[in-house]
Design a protein around this ligand. Structure first.
Ligand SMILES: [Fe+2]
Length: 192
């Protein structure tokens, strides 16, 4: 894990070939993601946001507006930066938009300029975490199932890149009216 897919022939490493292959094998590609938890496309000439957007569109997945704490910058069409927060902050394992009713079923990432060190995106299949928890902490799991979980965090008013949780609530809910923001919040999150 993950399943690594590379161009079978060096002539076919161009973005057009990759887009064509994805368009012609959508069902198989989706099945491979489910089966392996993740797929890594390596060695293709995808080197900027315009190319990457072509790849994203070839996958033909639903586009969901991001609602969450990460400060992000729009780059091109469906492409945004993942997080503009300081490099010194570690991003803990999380499900993407887990508190939001309309959460994405898949996440696709691309690195335009590899950092000189670090920068990997580690991921963990959640069902494996659940299996481990059931084995090691069965009573706690039962307690969580019974009582549920409550999450809370504070959002700044306006966007700031001083924190990896720097997305301002005014931007997240497209209003500077607190009551209106609360109404919009209630519409998008699970029971709060
Ligand atoms: Fe995330």
């Amino acid at each position: 894990m993950p399943l690594v897919l590379e161009p079978a022939d060096p002539e076919k490493k161009g973005v057009e070939s990759l887009v064509e292959a994805l368009e012609n094998n959508k069902e198989w590609f989706d099945q491979m993601i489910t089966k392996n938890s993740a797929v890594l496309l390596r060695g293709f000439d995808v080197d900027n946001a315009v190319n990457f957007n072509d790849v994203v569109e070839a996958c033909d997945w639903e586009d969901i507006r991001y609602v969450g704490p990460a400060p992000r910058t729009h780059i091109h069409k469906r492409i945004w930066t993942a997080n503009e927060g300081p490099l010194s902050e570690f991003i803990y394992y999380h499900h993407e938009m887990v508190l939001i009713k309309e959460f994405p079923k898949k996440v696709i990432l691309f690195c335009e300029i590899p950092p000189p060190e670090g920068g990997e995106t580690p991921f963990v299949p959640s069902f494996k975490v659940t299996e481990k928890m059931l084995k090691e902490f069965p009573e706690e799991v039962e307690e969580i199932e019974k009582r549920g979980l409550m999450y809370s965090f504070s959002a700044p008013t306006r966007n700031t890149t001083a924190s990896m949780r720097g997305r301002g609530w005014e931007d997240a809910f497209a209003t500077s009216d607190k009551q209106e923001a609360e109404r919009r919040y209630d519409n998008v999150v699970f029971d709060s």
